[in-house]
Design a protein around this ligand. Structure first.
Ligand code: CTP
Length: 130
């Protein structure tokens, strides 16, 4: 069985999120998604996501391509998560290109092209302007 893992915040869930989840699932038999906690997001960006971590997790685990989810508490623990979940393939969007090559000793690392013209940041801007 090929286990695929991917990580993200998935705030204000949008088509770019769905596309990468769908493509990640197509690479293997079992897809695991690590959801960044609110605390981790605050640490990274100095602000909380709009949708809280429990609701973001509930949304992601309801997607038919997703088999399992967990909370990603710390960016520094990626290697531990990959080992814990016995991942074979790590999928990330190409905004992260090269950044996870250090894990190539334990998983295959695949960067998918991001879906054009959409992001949570853009959505927040559009909502604010309207
Ligand atoms: N993603 C994607 N295409 C997009 C937006 C996101 O493929 N248009 C991917 C990211 O590369 C990542 C995953 O979806 O692998 C989760 O991304 P996340 O950072 O949660 O979403 P963004 O919309 O990029 O949020 P932000 O604008 O806050 O960075």
């Amino acid at each position: 069985m090929t286990i695929v893992i991917t990580f993200g915040t998935y705030d204000l869930f949008h088509i770019g999120h769905l596309n990468i989840i769908k493509r990640a699932a197509s690479l293997g038999d079992y897809l695991i998604v690590g959801i960044s906690t609110d605390k981790l997001n605050f640490k990274k960006k100095n602000k909380n996501p709009i949708i809280n971590q429990n609701d973001r997790k509930t949304i992601i685990e309801s997607i038919k391509y997703v088999d399992e989810t967990f909370f990603e508490e710390s960016l520094e623990e990626k290697r531990e998560y990959l080992l814990k979940y016995k991942a074979d393939i790590l999928v990330m969007g190409d905004d992260w290109k090269g950044k996870f090559d250090c894990f190539k000793d334990i998983v295959k690392v695949v960067y998918f092209e991001r879906t054009k013209d959409i992001s949570t940041t853009d959505l927040k801007k559009i909502i604010k302007e309207n």
